[in-house]
Design a protein around this ligand. Structure first.
Ligand code: SF4
Length: 389
């Protein structure tokens, strides 16, 4: 089968900054959206020449067929629909496409009837909502713009517009979250029947407002109300059991889907398949090389206007590194990894690495398949550290 390529587009703009986040995203005037999208379209249309000039070589036939697009951020649903349509047109006119999944990340308060219909006309068929919680107290403390009522307003609008694939993100560990409020969020989520669910443990960036308060003390961002690591692990286990009972299949550490709805685009990341990222800070992987664009949106726009691609990181993936990625990314998937295939492909014997983990009950083997042991998924990082030794 010819290779199937994924395309990621980064839109680094948000309405406000969440207290825990220090991503390279900015709260900027909407006047900056259009020049940014123009730069992204130029990058898409001219990527071959731009990569050539930056010595990022792509193999012949690399872009055989694009089948997934993911427009993420930031909050790309802030953009006027015409700008999203412009990016989709640039993709369609530059690549051979047979699109099976086109995802837009959205915040519930940005959804409007006209916008949702325009998204569908642009070819968007999946919306991934950064809900994080159904509790207004938790949402307010985290600095999110939306409230529970916005979620209930937005979902029917999307359904009405024809979106048949909706994903909800929840965060376990927000300030003021309790076992009771977490269960309530899960129950409300199930009532709205999304096709896909992602559950992330709260990761507080040290440079974020909440991160600084956790380190230095203070009460403005509710650092004292952040649940403990043990509580977060409990929340994760509760979600796992709840979602399984509600008919969701756990297919990756942080992801659950109704049958037929795992994210085709995100699976490319865990399967080490190729993708091209466009926009400020977007990452790409050709199968042998990883690279990323400069994070700063203004720098990115300036560089593209000057006919340059601002590649900030460029790394040829060594064989040893590729093996580590196979193990690390492969084990994130609940189906596990095919040990025999990896041993053959990389000419290594993995027995000595795997046996201690198996004896400790951290992983389990089923013939050639190796996967994280049930109940050990929430401590997967420890397993990965052991495996990489
Ligand atoms: S968490 Fe998401 S929505 Fe919030 S500031 Fe960061 S990128 Fe923007």
């Amino acid at each position: 089968m010819s290779p199937r390529l994924g395309i990621y587009v980064q839109v680094p703009f948000c309405q406000t900054k969440c207290t825990y986040c220090n991503f390279h995203t900015g709260v900027v005037s909407s006047a900056r959206f259009s020049p940014y999208v123009e730069a992204v379209c130029r990058e898409i249309r001219g990527h071959r020449e731009l990569y050539g000039a930056a010595h990022v070589g792509l193999a012949e036939g690399f872009e055989a067929l694009v089948d997934t697009v993911y427009i993420g951020g930031g909050t790309p649903s802030l953009l006027e629909p015409e700008l999203l349509l412009g990016m989709m047109t640039a993709i369609r006119e530059t690549f051979r496409t047979e699109l099976h999944e086109v995802t837009l990340e959205a915040d519930p308060e940005t959804v409007e009837v006209g916008k949702a219909r325009a998204w569908v006309r642009a070819g968007i068929d999946r919306v991934s909502f950064g809900l994080q919680s159904f509790s207004d107290r938790e949402l307010a403390a985290a600095g999110r713009m939306h409230r529970r009522a916005d979620i209930y307003r937005a979902v029917p609008i999307l359904r009405e517009a024809g979106i048949r694939n909706i994903s909800f993100d929840l965060i376990a560990g927000l300030p003021y979250q309790t076992e009771t409020s977490w269960k309530e969020s899960l129950e409300e989520l199930a009532r709205l029947e999304p096709e896909h669910v992602s559950v992330y443990l709260l990761e507080v960036d040290e440079g974020s407002r909440l991160g600084k308060e956790l380190l230095a003390g203070g009460a403005r961002y509710s650092a004292g109300a952040v649940p403990s690591d043990d509580e977060m692990a409990e929340f994760y286990e509760t979600a796992s059991a709840f979602l399984a009972a509600a008919g969701y299949q756990h297919y990756e550490i942080s992801n659950w889907a109704k049958p037929g709805f795992p994210s085709r685009h995100n699976l490319k990341y865990w399967r080490r398949e190729a993708y091209l990222g466009f926009g400020a800070g977007a990452h790409s992987f050709s199968g042998t090389v990883r690279w990323a664009n400069a994070h700063d949106a203004a720098e990115y726009v300036g560089a593209i206007a000057a006919g340059r691609i601002p590649v900030e990181q460029w790394e040829e993936v060594t064989r040893e590194r590729a093996l580590e990625e196979e193990l690390f990314l492969g084990l994130r998937q609940l189906d596990g990894i095919d040990v025999a295939r990896i041993e053959l492909e990389y000419g290594v014997a993995l027995g000595a690495r795997i046996e201690p983990l198996e004896s400790a009950g951290l992983v389990e083997r089923d013939g050639n398949l190796l996967r994280l042991a049930p109940g050990k998924i929430s401590i997967s990082n420890e397993v990965f550290v052991e495996l990489m030794r």
